[in-house]
Design a protein around this ligand. Structure first.
Ligand code: GLY
Length: 300
C-alpha cells in the first residue's frame, strides 16, 4: 500500500501583506479537506476535487466565486483534471454560471469528451444535473470595484502583469493508497480578460497533467507562456525520466523563465509520493500533507 499525500497551491504572485494569512488559511483548509478524503480511503481524483472545491468556494482565490471579471463584467471559469491511472482527462473553459467548475470537469472526464467550452459547457452542466447559479452569484464587490477601475482605462484594457498583479489560480495533486496520482487546476483567468480568452488551466499538459508512471502536476501563472511549453507535461516527463518532484519543479519553472521570461509556479508529486514546488514569483501559496507528517506544511 502506498503512503497517500496531497499538495495544493493558491497561485503565484506578489501577495500583499494583508492577504498572506487568507492565502495560508485557504490552502490549509483545502489540503486538510483533500487529506481527509485520502485518509478515508478515497481516490486521488476525489481528494483533488474536494481540495479544489474548497478553494473555489473561498473568495480569496481567483477560482469559482470571487474570480476576476472579464471585459463584460462576468465571471468566466476554466478547470481541468486528469487521472494518472488511466490518463482520463476532463476540462471546461470559459464556462458561466457554474460554482464549481472542477466538478464539471470531472463530469466531462466521465463522458466521451475531454474539453467542453463556453455555452456548451454550461449546457453540459445542466445535462448532468449540476445546478446553475445566476451570473451575479459569482460576482463579489471587490472584483466589481477592480473591473470598474479597469474600464476607466479604456476598452479591453487588461491590467495584468502576471506575477506582479493578482493571479490566484488554484490547483491540487494527490497520490492515494493505491498509488494512483491525480492532478487538477481551476481559475477565473486574468482580470478584464477578453471574453473567451483561455489560458493554460483547462488544457491537458499545460495547466495540469498526471501519469502514474512519472507523477502529476498543477501550474499557476502566465497562461500564455505556460501553454507554449506544456509546462505540466514537461515536469511529468522529467519525473518519468527519474527526477524527484523537487528537481522537476525547478526544471519546469526554469524553462518558463529561460524560454519566455515567463512567471509562474508549479506543484508536483512523483511516483514515490514525494512533493515538490517551485515558482519564479515573490510568493506562491501552497500546502502539503502526507502520512509521515503530524500536520500540513503551509507556506506563502
Ligand atoms: N494561469 C491562469 C491563466 O492564465 O488563466
Amino acid at each position: 500500500m502506498m503512503a497517500p499525500g496531497i499538495i495544493v497551491h493558491g497561485g503565484a504572485w506578489s501577495i500583499p501583506e494583508n492577504l498572506l494569512q487568507p492565502h495560508r488559511d485557504g490552502c490549509k483548509a483545502a489540503v486538510l479537506r483533500g487529506w481527509q478524503v485520502l485518509q478515508a480511503g478515497g481516490s486521488a481524483i476525489e481528494a483533488i476535487e474536494a481540495a479544489i472545491i474548497t478553494m473555489e468556494d473561498d473568495v480569496t482565490f481567483d477560482a469559482g466565486r470571487g474570480s476576476f471579471l472579464n471585459l463584460d463584467g462576468q465571471v468566466e471559469l476554466d478547470a481541468g483534471m486528469m487521472d494518472g491511472a488511466t490518463l482520463a482527462a476532463g476540462a471546461v473553459a470559459a464556462v458561466h454560471r457554474v460554482r464549481n467548475p472542477i466538478s464539471l470537469a470531472k463530469q466531462v472526464m466521465a463522458s466521451e469528451h475531454i474539453l467542453i467550452v463556453g455555452p456548451g459547457a454550461t449546457r453540459f452542466a445542466e445535462k448532468v444535473g449540476m445546478p446553475l447559479c445566476a451570473e451575479e452569484d459569482l460576482v463579489i464587490e471587490r472584483e466589481l470595484e477592480l473591473w470598474r477601475k479597469l474600464q476607466n482605462k479604456g476598452p479591453g484594457y487588461t491590467d495584468v502583469l502576471f506575477g506582479r498583479k493578482d493571479l490566484a489560480t488554484v490547483g491540487a495533486v494527490a497520490i492515494d493508497q493505491a498509488g494512483n496520482i491525480a492532478a487538477g487546476t481551476s481559475t477565473g483567468g486574468s482580470p478584464n480578460k477578453w471574453p473567451g480568452r483561455v489560458g493554460d488551466v483547462p488544457q491537458v499538459g499545460s495547466g495540469f497533467y498526471a501519469d502514474n508512471v512519472g507523477g502529476g502536476g498543477s501550474c499557476t501563472g502566465w497562461g500564455e507562456g505556460i501553454m507554449r511549453i506544456n509546462m505540466a507535461k514537461y515536469a511529468v516527463d522529467l519525473m518519468t525520466a527519474g527526477q524527484p518532484a523537487s528537481e522537476a519543479a525547478k526544471g519546469a519553472v526554469k524553462l518558463l523563465a529561460d524560454k519566455l521570461q515567463g512567471v509562474g509556479g508549479i506543484i508536483l508529486i512523483d511516483r514515490e509520493g514525494r512533493t515538490g514546488q517551485s515558482y519564479t514569483t515573490e510568493h506562491m501559496a501552497y500546502a502539503y500533507m502526507n502520512g509521515r507528517m503530524a500536520e500540513p506544511v503551509v507556506a506563502v
